[in-house]
Design a protein around this ligand. Structure first.
Ligand code: ZN
Length: 195
């Protein structure tokens, strides 16, 4: 394994991970950005040498042992890292790590209203509708800054979705809407959430 001190921060860790991988070392045990999460591209001479203009959440992972993966939140701009979460179930601990990363970048996100989760695969209309709602219901600039979208319900073990093309934000499932919102499954739930 690599003997140099462990670097801090998502970008530095991602570079270290790929150097270990290129060198044929046991790279899966090195912290790296989870596949599909922001900043996961690779450069051997340094990853995202220029930090993004703003703090940006992402997810780190590593293999702890045969049955356990570890996850922790991280930031693409600074060296902030959350505490590690481990579990033996599939992706167990990943959601807690993602949520902590959002505490770092978007304080207060947990108090925002949740939107009803779109059924099935999201289409363009869903994306437009949700963006419109974020703009109306979330703090000014939230959509532009890549603040998360909260949806409910959150099926057990449903992983939070990383940003993707045409939806530049995490989608975070919450167990139930905030206290002043309707419960899931009611006819008027959406209206109550919206107004
Ligand atoms: Zn940061």
């Amino acid at each position: 394994m690599i003997t140099t001190p462990e670097p801090q921060g998502a970008r530095a860790r991602q570079t270290r991970y790929f150097r270990a991988r290129n060198a044929g070392l046991r790279y899966l045990k090195v912290w790296h950005i989870e596949l599909g999460h922001p900043g996961g591209e690779y450069s051997d001479v340094g990853h995202h040498l220029t930090p993004p203009d703003r703090h940006e959440p992402t997810l780190l992972t590593r293999v702890l042992n045969e049955r356990t993966d570890e996850f922790r939140g991280a930031c693409l701009r600074c060296e902030w890292e959350g505490k590690p979460y481990a579990g033996t179930g599939w992706k167990e601990g990943a959601n807690e790590a993602i949520e902590e990363a959002h505490d770092h970048v978007f304080p207060g996100w947990r108090d925002l209203p949740a939107m009803p989760r779109p059924k099935g695969r999201w289409d363009m209309a869903d994306g437009q509708r949700l963006l419109h709602q974020i703009t109306r219901l979330y703090p000014e600039g939230w959509a532009e800054d890549g603040g998360p979208l909260l949806v409910w319900p959150a099926p057990r073990r449903e992983p939070h979705e990383p940003p993707r093309v045409n939806h530049a934000r995490y989608t975070i499932g919450v167990a139930r809407p905030a206290k002043n919102q309707a419960g899931p499954g009611t006819e008027t739930a959406e209206q109550k959430v919206l107004f």
